[in-house]
Write a protein that binds this ligand. Structure first.
Ligand code: PLP
Length: 391
């Protein structure tokens, strides 16, 4: 159906043409990238070219890009006590994560549950660096001197951009390492691994118009070593991720990363225009609260809440009007759980229950935004107590 409007790009973005073409070409190959014959070498060449493309988009060295099955796996690979920096062989002894991380970070990776602690955010959803410092001091006081900290670059629900560079300074001064989950920031803001000073960065293909089921963990320095990979067996991905590579998905990821790199400025300015249009439209309806409005946000995400609205009911009504949006995080779609992000920001549960996330991308048009606004107004008008709508 051509008239369906898709505004759930943070859940997954439509496949880019470049990614589709690269995948179709890769599917024509029959070699295993570990084989020495020419078929194998062709597959290997595609993987290494994709590695260069992903590395280049992030300002990293290709040899430090480890392909995984996605952001979730990359986060789990990174969050391990077995991270060795330089000649240090002692395990990382504690993991500190912000309260607004994705479930794949909050679950703590390979750290035991009693070695995972959190630090908070303010009412705009920006991480509190003073709280991070307190958490690091507390860990040290409890005898944990080799922390690993995980802080996302941009939040998947609110789009709020986090002060990762400042966090890196604090973490490094405390003898720690910083992992950054950049899944929602990649392709939506300039992102260079050296600028943010992270030690490890997670990215995912399907949020930037690559295929689902591919991602990468990017390591900042050759001297950082993961001594206990999640998957062991063959020596693929420099021994960090055993198993025959998904060549087509990796090729699609590389092509999407190259497209993002080539068009970032142009796409971001288009997204910003759409966000302004959407927010102006929302402001003309009384009672809409835009979450994180005072903070810096990626340009493609608007999370807003409305009293008197139940998000799940609104989503169904909007879907019947052929408009697809999401309520808070869609990674666990199907489950209606209160948003841990809004709870961490101190948003009242009655308001949080009505939170709707609209997320869009380069292919979204002004008319898509207008269609959403019309459907939204219709929804408000159908409520028992009519909410004020400006003309
Ligand atoms: N991290 C963040 C911030 C996300 O939003 C998501 C997915 O929505 C993930 C990690 C997981 O990525 P993947 O779907 O590639 O496993």
């Amino acid at each position: 159906m051509t008239d369906r409007i898709y505004l759930d790009w943070n859940a997954t973005a439509p496949l880019r043409e470049e990614a589709r073409a690269a995948m179709l070409a890769a599917l024509e190959l029959s070699g295993n990238a570990s084989s020495v014959h020419s078929h194998g070498r062709e597959a290997r060449a595609l993987i290494e070219s994709a590695r260069e493309q992903v590395a280049s988009a992030l300002g990293a060295r290709a040899q430090n890009v480890v392909f995984t099955s996605g952001g979730t796996e990359a986060n789990n690979l990174a969050l391990t006590p077995a991270l060795q920096a330089g000649t240090e062989r002692q395990p990382r002894d504690i993991l500190l994560v912000s309260e607004i991380e994705h479930a794949s970070v909050r679950s703590g990776g390979c750290f035991p549950a009693d070695r995972v602690r959190t630090f908070g955010v303010d009412a705009d959803g920006v991480v509190r660096l003073d709280d991070l410092e307190v958490a690091l001091c507390g860990a040290r006081a409890d005898g944990f001197g080799r922390p690993l900290v995980s802080l996302m670059a941009a939040n998947n629900e609110t789009g709020v951009v986090q002060p990762v560079r400042e966090a890196a300074t604090i973490v490094h001064a405390a003898g720690g390492l910083l992992h950054v989950d950049a899944v929602q920031a990649f392709g939506r803001m300039p992102l260079s691994i050296s600028d943010i000073a992270a030690d490890l960065v997670t990215v995912s293909a399907h949020k930037i118009g690559g295929p689902q089921g591919a991602g990468a963990l990017v390591v900042a320095s050759d001297s950082l070593h993961i001594a206990a990979p999640l998957l062991t067996g063959g020596g693929q991905e420099r021994g960090l991720r055993a198993g025959t590579e998904n060549v087509a998905a990796i090729a699609g990821f590389g092509a999407a990363a190259a497209a993002v790199q080539a068009r970032l400025a142009e796409e971001c300015s288009h997204l910003l225009g759409l966000r302004e249009r959407l927010e102006a439209g929302l402001r003309s309806t009384s009672g809409a609260v835009i979450c994180g409005i005072k903070a810096q946000r990626v340009p493609n995400t608007v999370l807003f809440a409305h009293t008197g609205i139940k998000a799940e009911t609104a989503l169904i009504a909007l879907d019947l009007d052929s408009v697809a949006v999401s309520s808070g995080s869609a990674c666990s779609s199907g489950k209606v759980a209160p948003s841990h992000v809004l709870a961490a920001m101190g948003v009242a549960p009655e308001l949080a229950r009505g939170a709707i996330r609209v997320s869009f991308g380069y292919a979204t048009t002004e008319s898509d935004i207008d269609r959403f606004l019309r459907a939204w107004r219709k929804r408000l008008e159908s409520l028992p107590t009519r909410h004020g709508i400006a003309a």
